[in-house]
Design a protein around this ligand. Structure first.
Ligand code: FES
Ligand code: FES
Length: 155
């Protein structure tokens, strides 16, 4: 038994500390916005924020992030500039990759809301989308970046 702090709330976890964080979040805690894609750290669909940094939860032992702040898409405020921009630009198609896409973008733009389009594209390049939404991802990121820049990166 160990505990995790997810989306601002503490949970007791009844699992081996070596269980991949992705499965604890999905199966034990019901945060199904964390998507299983490849299971080997290659696709980005399981991305969450750990202490503000994007991380692929399929490759992380759940017990190793005790004491950290874990954020899934469910914990992101609805009025966050990135969520709003995603809706405005109608980014998702099937939606499967999108939670990971948004959280990767959140990490990147929070650190550098003044990034160039090229830098944004590079930051998002290894989050795989089989529906080809990357052009709309870029539009949404540019839109959100303006607001995040005005707030000094914080959102
Ligand atoms: S499921 Fe974790 S990176 Fe693909
Ligand atoms: S929206 Fe379908 S995989 Fe990205």
């Amino acid at each position: 038994m160990f505990s995790l702090k997810v989306n601002g709330k503490k949970y007791n976890i009844d699992a081996s500390t070596e269980t991949p964080l992705m499965w604890v979040l999905r199966d034990q805690l019901g945060f199904t916005g964390v998507k299983y894609g490849c299971g080997i750290g290659e696709c980005g669909s399981c991305t969450v924020l750990i202490d503000g940094e994007a991380a692929r939860s399929c490759t992380i032992d759940a017990g190793s992030v005790q004491g950290s702040d874990i954020l899934t898409i469910e914990g992101m405020p609805e009025d966050h500039p990135l969520k709003q921009a995603w809706i405005a630009e109608q980014v998702p198609q099937c939606g499967y990759c999108q939670p990971g896409m948004i959280l990767q973008a959140t990490d990147f733009l929070t650190r550098d809301p003044s990034a160039s389009e090229e830098e944004m594209a590079e930051a998002m390049d290894d989050v795989i989308c089989r529906c080809g939404t990357h052009p709309r991802v870029m539009k949404a990121m540019k839109k959100a970046a303006k607001q995040m820049k005005a707030k000094g990166g914080a959102a």
